[in-house]
Design a binder for this molecule. Structure first.
Ligand code: ZN
Length: 102
């Protein structure tokens, strides 16, 4: 079968659901002409999970109940602060790797 390469808006893509070639105009909600599967569904979902992970506020390592002595709360806050910075750096590194290399 011959398929000419056109610089049109439409291209072809193998449907991840039924494995058949289908037309794809690179729109987020294009569906497979054979089974109706949303072609971008998987990558949209992955992207959402990635965003969610990235933007989710990191919970503190230690939960301060409020019944601890003041000095202990200060220690806990210090530990949580260091943990927050660490998670922030890790998130930035993960973001950098996935955005630049991914
Ligand atoms: Zn399909």
């Amino acid at each position: 079968m011959e398929r000419d390469v056109k610089l049109s808006e439409t291209s072809e893509k193998i449907c991840p659901s039924c494995g058949q070639w289908t037309t794809w105009s690179k729109q987020p909600h294009d569906r497979c002409i054979h089974c109706g599967f949303e072609l971008m569904a998987e990558s949209i979902r992955k992207e959402e999970i990635r965003k969610e992970r990235f933007y989710r506020k990191p919970a503190g390592l230690i939960t301060i109940k409020g019944s601890e002595p003041a000095w202990l709360q200060a220690v806990y806050k210090g530990i949580n602060f260091v943990y927050f910075i660490f998670v922030g750096i890790m998130a930035a590194v993960v973001w950098f790797i996935t955005t630049v290399a991914g």
